[in-house]
Design a binder for this molecule. Structure first.
Ligand SMILES: [Zn+2]
Length: 138
């Protein structure tokens, strides 16, 4: 259900942007989210297909989901960026700071964002990719 509500939020946002640009078709959407969102891509794509199946503007469009890199803030030295190590479940919520080696770190959560939207706009001869970074409420 998490994926379904995300997919409908994506469609809602993209439709708004497409209308603003007077687009007739949405061709491709790329979204990204934090690895801690625990999104199952197949469920997201499946939900997207269902939501857009009756929508002429989205017919034949594709949705691509990419996972953002983990980012931490070190509470000891103030470092912000990628952690020193990844994927150790024991330390999943306590990444090591690459600057001071401390484990008093905090994961920076970022909600799902639209990375790019490929639209078909009749008034323009060349296809244009509209780069957008918009937060989706989830
Ligand atoms: Zn540190």
């Amino acid at each position: 259900m998490h994926e379904y509500s995300l997919a409908s939020a994506i469609v809602e946002q993209v439709e708004k942007i497409a209308l603003e640009h007077k687009a007739v078709k949405v061709k491709k959407i790329i979204v990204s989210a934090s690895p801690y969102e625990l999104i199952i891509p197949e469920l997201l794509y499946g939900a997207y297909e269902i939501i857009v199946s009756e929508n002429e503007m989205f017919k034949g469009s594709t949705l691509e989901y990419i996972v953002q890199k983990a980012e931490i803030t070190c509470l000891d030295c103030g470092y912000q960026g990628e952690p020193d190590e990844e994927g150790d479940p024991e330390f999943a919520y306590n990444f090591k700071c690459p600057k001071c080696g401390g484990r008093d770190t905090h994961i920076n959560m970022k909600s799902m964002v639209i990375e790019s939207i490929d639209l078909e706009i009749p008034s323009e001869t060349e296809e244009q990719e509209k780069k957008k970074e918009e937060n989706i409420v989830n």
